[in-house]
Every structure is written in C-alpha cells, then in structure tokens.
Design a protein around this ligand. Structure first.
Ligand SMILES: Nc1nc2c(ncn2[C@@H]2O[C@H](COP(=O)(O)OP(=O)(O)OP(=O)(O)O)[C@@H](O)[C@H]2O)c(=O)[nH]1
Ligand SMILES: [Mg+2]
Length: 251
C-alpha cells in the first residue's frame, strides 16, 4: 500500500534570513520518504522580502518536484491564517501539517513524526509535537520562553479542560478529514490558532497525542514574550467563552 500522503505547510513572515538551510534539508529528507508535498506560505511580508524568498525557493523547486511553488499572501494574516491558507488549497491528501520555518525542530525530526503518523492504520489521531517534560539537553530554550510555555500550557489545559502540556510547538499533523469538519468554525489566525485548532478537534471527537521532540531554539524569533503572551491569553479566554455557548452534542 502506498504511504499516507502529507501536505506540509511552512508559515513564513520575514523568514528569508532563516529558512534556507532548513528548507534544503527538509526537501532532502521528505523526498526520501515520498508521498509528502511542502509549501511555503509567505504571509504578506513586503515586496523585497517576497523577492528574497523567491530567490531561495525557486532553485529548490527546480530540484524537488514535491516542493510546491510558494503561496504569497497579499496581506499579513498571522501564523494561523497562513497555515490555513495553505491547508485550504491542498490537494486531497491524508494529512495536513505545518512546521515552523526557523529549523528549531530539525528536518530529521519532521521525518520521524511523518513515519510515526504513517503507523496509524488510517489517519485518525492528530499528532502535536511537544517540548514538554524533557531533559534540557533535548530541549534548548531560553528559560523565559520555557517558563512562559509552561504557564501557557497550564492555562490552556485548565481553562479549556483539555489535557495538553505544550499546545504551541511548531510542528503538528492533523487528519485532513478532521480538519474539514471543523475548518469553517476556526476564527483565530494569530499565534494562539493552535489552541483553537486543538479545542475544535477535541470537541469534534478527534483524538490527539503529544509527541515529545528535541528542540533547538533559533535566534531571531518573532514571538514577543510579553505582548504576544497577553494576546494569546486573551484568545484562550475568547475560545473558552465561545465554547461555553456552543450547543452541547448530547442536548
Ligand atoms: N504567517 C505568519 N507566520 C508567522 C508570523 N509571525 C511568525 N510567523 C511564523 O511562525 C513560526 C514561528 O515563529 P518564530 O519566529 O519561530 O517564533 P519564536 O519567537 O521563535 O517562538 P518559538 O518558536 O515558539 O520559540 C515561523 O515559521 C514564523 O515565520 C506572522 O505574522 N505570519
Ligand atoms: Mg521559533
């Protein structure tokens, strides 16, 4: 039987300085796996940045048929908006996925998780990579980010009653059929989009699992610890409010 197919989106905002080596390696490892397409979604950075991204990606597209032409969004939608724009245009694959552009999660680890989801007899359980509960040798993050990540994880699981430790890790796999059931109700396009995605999957009956991965934080991150944590906490509260209003399945 052919392996389950995967469409992997890389959301990018001002990433021309970081994406090159990671994308090159990712194209190599996924080509060996087969059945994977990759697409960069450039999230309305600016004209000069879009040109730099084109210069990096075009030669790689010529070498790798499974690297699709990038999608250039006319305006900045936010990380979630970029991921969904890529997923919404995907061919009818088995799995939709995204990975951060900065290579904090290595290409080899992306390949490992693709092998892992392919062990499912059919795509059923969403797989969220996780930086939780690991020795500092495997997960290298600034202590501030590690701390904020733990606080945010506790906030998500407590307020939404969903058992998860790390909702924000930049590598996730979702069965396409499960995404199709929930896509029309997804509203959050910023950095907290993963939380809404998780809640919607959970509420629709799609199981999920956290998969521990090594993580090597890369300099030049876009997430502003105070400003974005505040926005994300606000988004979690909005998700909670909306969920409390939804009709109960068994009503
Ligand atoms: N589409 C889109 N992607 C964004 C935006 N801001 C950041 N990203 C992408 O989101 C991903 C994660 O952003 P990073 O800059 O790696 O975040 P970070 O500050 O390193 O935070 P962690 O990776 O969680 O430690 C990258 O692929 C970014 O390009 C945005 O406004 N739009
Ligand atoms: Mg990062």
């Amino acid at each position: 039987m052919p392996p389950a197919t995967v469409h992997l989106v890389i959301p990018c905002y001002q990433e021309s300085g970081r994406i090159g080596p990671f994308l090159t390696e990712l194209c190599g490892v996924t080509r060996e796996l087969g059945g994977v397409t990759i697409q960069v979604v450039e999230d309305g950075s600016d004209v000069a940045e879009a040109a730099r991204m084109r210069d990096i990606i075009t030669p790689l597209c010529q070498q790798h048929a499974h690297l699709l032409p990038p999608l250039f969004l006319p305006q900045n939608l936010g990380k979630g908006g970029a991921v969904y724009a890529g997923w919404d245009q995907a061919a009818p694959v088995d799995w939709l996925a995204f990975v951060d552009a900065d290579g904090s999660c290595s290409a080899a680890e992306v390949a490992n998780l693709i092998r892992r989801i392919r062990q499912q007899p059919s795509p059923q359980t969403a797989v969220f990579a996780s930086r939780w509960d690991q020795t500092s040798a495997r997960v290298q993050r600034q202590w501030k980010r590690r701390l904020m990540g733990r606080i945010f994880g506790a906030l998500v699981s407590t307020l939404l009653h969903i058992p998860i430790h790390d909702s924000q890790c930049g590598l996730k796999f979702v069965p396409r059929s499960a995404y199709q059931r929930i896509a029309s109700g997804l509203r959050i396009h910023g950095f907290a989009f993963d939380v809404e995605l998780l809640a919607a999957l959970h509420d629709s009956g799609c199981a999920f699992e956290e998969a521990p991965i090594p993580w090597h934080e890369t300099a030049g991150g876009h997430v502003h610890l105070i400003r974005d944590s505040f926005r994300m906490a606000r988004d979690v509260l909005a998700i909670r409010k909306r969920r409390s209003k939804r009709p109960k399945l068994d009503a």
